[in-house]
Design a protein around this ligand. Structure first.
Ligand SMILES: *[C@@H]1O[C@H](CO)[C@@H](O)[C@H](O)[C@H]1NC(C)=O
Length: 808
């Protein structure tokens, strides 16, 4: 049939879209079909009805051919002159037919004369003049990440007014890693396309997926329409919190302040919102430690809540949990190591302390035993014990353990008499920084040992005692001191038994044992004994006792208790002294020489001779010092008023120089001898001075020279010693000794001096005494020991003494 042929042609035309000319289809009389694409320009040829209907142009004119249409609008016009159908108005297939296909315009060409009616169908062919269009530019979905694969999400489908191939043919989704689009079976009438979840979403890897859905039509050229699809992935609590570390470690000092954070644990949850909110807590097993530690549930700070003590626990192990709102959790360990702080001072405990300590204790005697410990560890617990350097003690460590054992021992010999009590401060210092120390004070008292002999306050004592003293007179006091204490210093004095002139010393002196006062037992007589020694011993009451000896030199001081005694010439008490002078003895004739002695010494023995005033006293003169009696006038027996044997009487007084002076007087009777030629020669021969006296004086001078020489020698020796000990104490001491003992020197010099002035017999005892004391005291003051004085000097001195003695 015709229709079938035409449809075939249309199909073939469609296959050649560039051909825009009108295809004319020959139809049966009365009906012609044309196909024309929409949107042809006005005036485009639709068909030639002259040809197709077999009509003549003339007929058209005569028949007044025209188009009749039922539509209000005439899209196609008729060119009567040419017999062609032309596009009169813009034809929009979509406007005309919408989705109806095929879309045709139906009209009739009416001819008059005769009336002819030709039906014309103009099929409007669709051209792809529309692209697919989505209603919205963009569409958003919120899809939970927990959505399962296969979940469908519908999207309003695109719209393309074109039909057929020009309408939407397919959809495409890009990218398509999670979703695909399901193309519906009937694209024409579908309202939706479905987006299907192919692969589960993970908010944690992609929170948002942006895709583009493109709708394609089948036109040529192909047109597309797009819509943006934004998939927001909603979180599901699909992630448990995860701690950043499986184990947390911290090291804090034991004095870590309360309330401070040790460390912060942190767990992350990939989920968001409440699913990602993590709270921290200690796990059950760590509850008991909550006294010491707390955890901030929101920040994860682990906070010190109590007092840490390294000495109690060196480390703590806590288990922490992080939980999200969904109940998912993670656990982690927290190791907190406590480091030692030097917060413990060493502790000194005294195990034993022996007090007092005998001063005689040997070095290394243990006084105290101590334990020293320090609760800290490491360096903080290493303790050093010490005491002050200047003490005679030391501290000894006996074990290298943590608990140190120390002993306080004596380091050297002790002497209570120097220091009787020590304050020993034992300091224990640890090695921390800053170091801590503690101290223990020991008052170490020393107990006395009788290690000191009593010491006399002077090196020797010398006392002067006037003779004729009353028995019981205190003459001296010795004093000794003992640096020890108690019985060791309780002193008693005694006199060592010696003899004086054959009688025990106890008959001479007596000592008070308690205070050292020495009393005489008898009256002393200088003339019998001018010096003696008392050996005094002092003894303490220690066990065993200690003693010291000292010599008390007693010098008996002469008193003028003896009157001079006239020794020569001898006379009787009754007759007095009978002397004679030769007749005519010239003036100055030496009648005689009186020799008197005085048992006293010194001034008391210094005698003055004088003649007491009387009748005949003017005729004679006596030398006051020598006792030489001479005449002052020529004595004649015949000149005296007829006296045949005249006698002259006067009194010679011998007076000593004592205070008060004692004197002896003798009545002298001088008679004139009768003239005798034998005797007259005597006057001339009689020398002025006695030869005996001259000899004695010579010897005396020699002996004094010797003494002086020896003294000089001694002085030289001493001087040499002094120089050797240049600046030494020996010299100084000796000088002091000299000064404090002037009496010996004076005594020596006094004795020598007196010797020079004595006209009487030589008083060798005085020389002996003087030199002896000089010798005895001289070196003793120097060295405190007689033995230092060389033996040879002693010998020399004694030989001089012997010489002097022999001379006398
Ligand atoms: C004191 O003298 C006595 C008797 O001579 C003697 O036994 C004693 O040892 C002397 N003591 C001292 C300390 O010299």
């Amino acid at each position: 049939m015709f229709g079938g042929a035409s449809s075939t042609r249309i199909s073939s035309w469609l296959m050649q879209p560039l051909v825009l000319c009108v295809f004319v289809m020959t139809v049966a009389r009365g009906q012609v079909r044309y196909s024309v694409p929409e949107e042809m320009t006005k005036g485009s040829l639709v068909g030639n009805i002259v040809q197709d209907l077999g009509l003549d142009v003339k007929r058209l004119k005569s028949g007044r051919a025209r188009i009749f249409t039922e539509d209000s609008r005439e899209y196609i016009g008729l060119n009567v002159d040419k017999g062609t159908l032309l596009v009169k108005e813009r034809i929009d297939r979509e406007e005309l037919c919408a989705q109806v296909s095929p879309c045709s315009l139906h009209f009739q060409i009416i001819l008059e004369n005769p009336m002819e009616l030709h039906r014309i169908d103009v099929e409007i062919l669709d051209i792809n003049d529309h692209a697919p269009v989505f209603m919205k530019k963009e569409i958003a979905f919120q899809i939970s990440e927990s959505a399962l694969s296969g979940a469908r999400y519908s999207i309003d489908s695109a719209n393309d007014p074109d039909v057929g191939l020009n309408s939407i043919q397919t959809y495409k989704l890009t990218p398509s890693d999670h979703f695909t689009v399901k193309i519906p079976a009937h694209l024409d009438d579908t309202k939706y396309v479905e987006m299907i979840l192919q692969k589960p979403l993970d908010r944690e890897t992609g929170e948002e997926h942006k895709m583009i859905l493109t709708a394609f039509d089948g036109g040529n050229p192909q047109k597309t329409g797009t819509i943006k699809i934004n998939v927001i992935v909603l979180d599901a609590n699909d992630n448990a919190p995860v701690f950043s570390h499986s184990i947390y470690k911290a090291s804090i000092p034991e004095n870590f302040p309360k309330g401070s954070s040790v460390l912060r644990v942190s767990a992350t949850d990939k989920d968001v919102g409440s699913n990602g909110d993590v709270t921290y807590s200690f796990s059950q097993s760590s509850e008991r430690l909550s006294i010491l530690f707390q955890i901030d549930s929101s920040s994860g700070d682990i906070i010190v809540n109590g007092q840490l003590d390294f000495e109690k626990s060196k480390k703590y192990e806590l288990y922490v949990e992080a939980t999200d709102k969904g109940g998912l959790s993670d656990t982690s360990k927290v190791h907190i190591e406590i480091t030692d702080i030097n917060d413990n001072a060493p502790i000194i405990s005294v195990i034993s302390f022996s007090n007092p300590v005998a001063e005689s204790s040997a070095p290394s005697t243990v006084i105290a035993m101590l334990n020293v410990k320090d609760l800290d560890s490491g360096k903080n617990g290493i303790v050093r014990c010490y005491i002050a350097q200047n003490l005679p003690f030391k501290i000894k460590s006996s074990s290298p353990n943590f608990y140190k054992h120390y002993t306080l021992v004596t380091d050297r010999r002790l002497d209570r008499e120097v220091i009787d009590e020590y304050t020993v401060v034992v300091t224990a210092t640890d090695s921390g920084s800053p170091p801590l120390s503690s101290q223990k004070t020991f008052a170490v008292r020393l107990s006395d040992v009788n290690d000191n002999a009593p010491v006399f306050s002077q090196n020797s004592y010398s006392v002067d005692v006037a003779e004729n003293n009353a028995p019981g007179t205190p003459i001296a006091t010795v004093l000794a001191l003992d640096p020890d204490v108690g019985d060791n210093a309780r002193l008693s004095y005694s006199i060592l038994p010696t003899t004086i002139h054959g009688s025990p010393i106890s008959s001479y002196v007596y000592i008070n044992p308690d205070n050292g006062n020495i009393f005489t037992m008898r009256s002393l007589d200088y003339e019998q004994m001018n010096t003696f020694k008392i050996e005094v011993q002092v003894r303490d009451a220690g066990a065993p006792p200690q003693t010291s000896n000292i010599t008390v030199h007693v010098f008996v001081v002469d008193q003028n208790d003896n009157p001079p005694v006239i020794l020569y010439p001898t006379y009787s008490e009754d007759a007095g002294l009978q002397l004679t002078v030769p007749h005519g003895a010239p003036v100055g004739h030496r009648v005689n020489k009186l020799v008197a002695v005085d048992p006293d010494s010194g001034h008391n023995a210094w005698l003055f001779y004088s003649i007491a005033p009387g009748d005949d006293s003017s005729l004679f003169h006596i030398e006051p010092h020598t006792g030489e009696l001479r005449t002052t006038q020529k004595l004649m027996d015949d000149e005296q008023g007829g006296k045949t044997h005249p006698a002259y009487n006067f009194i010679v007084v011998v007076r000593d120089n004592g205070q008060p002076a004692l004197s002896t007087s003798v009545s002298v009777t001088v008679t004139i001898e009768e003239k005798s030629p034998d005797k007259s020669t005597d006057f001339r021969i009689t020398p002025h001075k006695g030869t005996g006296v001259t000899d004695v004086t010579l010897y005396l001078i020699i002996s004094l020279g010797c003494v002086t020489l020896v003294s000089l020698l001694t002085m030289t020796v001493l001087l040499v010693r002094c120089i050797r000990h240049k600046g030494g104490s020996t010299c100084c001491y000796s000088r002091t000794g000299f000064r404090s003992r002037p009496s010996y020197q004076q005594r020596a010099h006094k004795d020598l001096h007196l010797q020079l002035n004595t006209d009487g017999p030589i008083r060798y005892m005085e020389v002996v005494g003087g030199i002896y004391f000089f010798y005895l005291n001289y070196p003793k003051h120097l060295n405190g020991s007689v033995s230092r004085f060389p033996q040879k000097y002693q010998a020399a001195l004694f030989s001089i003494l012997i010489i002097i003695k022999n001379v006398s």
